[in-house]
Design a protein around this ligand. Structure first.
Ligand SMILES: Nc1nc(=O)c2c([nH]1)NC[C@@H]1CN(c3ccc(C(=O)N[C@@H](CCC(=O)O)C(=O)O)cc3)C=[N+]21
Length: 286
């Protein structure tokens, strides 16, 4: 067997087309295109590349770009002033603070200073709290992108056994909250570096979400034949970008979201979706 493709690249392109129509409508009502702000501190080439990709996506769907770039030695106060400015700017519909921030900065204090209504990443503590409570809010982009990718490929979620590997705040920690909502109704096991018998947990799963940042961690012998496998890991090596799923896994999996071309483009599409949803809320208030 060779796995069917969970094609994040094509799915994200389809979502961008849908969003372009919605942007045109909300812009007609409010008289202003939605704007995505990005706050980028320092000169990490990876971060610059990611932020560049987000603004390319914006241009495609008619969202304006508000780029804020600060030097690697920017002070906490400088970063917080940038946050205050975006909170107050009516041209900024939603924004993100590109993570990680340089180590001398207090990232939690920066995130908490954001207006939760402008949180395009769904990572503001108020919005994460709303996710726990089941109150509507922008969702973390990668988990929402994963659910959307599975839905659009008709991978069944109700009753599915999902094994998540990794407990990071952007993916592993929140995805269980999405997938165990009544509307998704999956059963989720969260594995991490302290897990005993990882292979056993993975083999039980109908859906495997690998978000550990450990290259080639999930091998074909660990998988239940036919499982849907999603690669969320990205590690930069001298061989280029390497995911958490070993390439051989495609021989056993029923579905595969590869890296690149799987979850990454979906994450970006969900970021745009949050900006459009915020713009539509603004248009409804007109
Ligand atoms: N506040 C914040 N929000 C984020 O969402 C955020 C962040 N900080 N910091 C870094 C991580 C990483 N991340 C990626 C998003 C898309 C791709 C993506 O589109 N990847 C392409 C390949 C890109 C390439 O070739 O470099 C793909 O998988 O096909 C990758 C990584 C978002 N992050």
């Amino acid at each position: 067997m060779t796995a069917q493709l969970l094609d994040g690249k094509a799915t994200a392109a389809a979502i961008r087309q849908e969003l372009a129509e919605r942007v045109a409508k909300s812009t007609a009502i409010t008289g202003r295109a939605p704007g995505l702000g990005t706050v980028l501190v320092g000169d990490d080439p990876g971060s610059h590349a990611y932020v560049g990709g987000k603004h390319r996506d914006c241009a495609q769907v008619g969202i304006a770009s508000l780029r804020r770039e600060l030097p690697a030695d920017a002070s906490q106060q400088q970063v917080e002033e940038t946050i205050d400015e975006l909170n107050a700017d009516p041209a900024c519909t939603g924004y993100i603070v590109q993570l990680p921030l340089p180590r001398h900065l207090d990232a939690s204090a920066v995130l908490e200073r954001m207006d939760p209504a402008k949180d395009a990443d769904g990572l503001h503590p108020v919005n994460l709290g709303r996710l726990v409570l089941g109150v509507e809010a922008p969702l973390p982009c990668t988990p929402r992108g994963i659910v959307e990718l599975l839905r659009r490929h008709d991978v069944p979620l109700t009753g599915a056994r999902v094994c998540v590997i990794g407990r990071g705040v952007t993916v592993g920690r929140p995805i269980g909250l999405l997938l165990t909502r009544r509307s998704e109704n999956a059963t989720v096991t969260l594995c991490h570096t302290g897990t005993k018998g990882l292979a056993w947990h993975v083999r039980e799963a109908d859906i495997v979400v690998a978000a550990a940042g450990s290259p080639g961690l999930i091998t074909k012998d660990m998988l239940r034949p036919g499982a849907a496998v999603l690669d969320v890991g990205i590690t930069r090596t001298d061989r280029g970008l390497v995911g958490d799923i070993h390439p051989d896994a495609a021989q056993v999996a029923g579905w595969l979201a590869p890296m690149p071309g799987g979850v990454g483009p979906m994450t970006r599409a969900m970021l745009l979706t949050h900006v459009v949803e915020a713009a539509e809320r603004n248009a409804n208030a007109v």
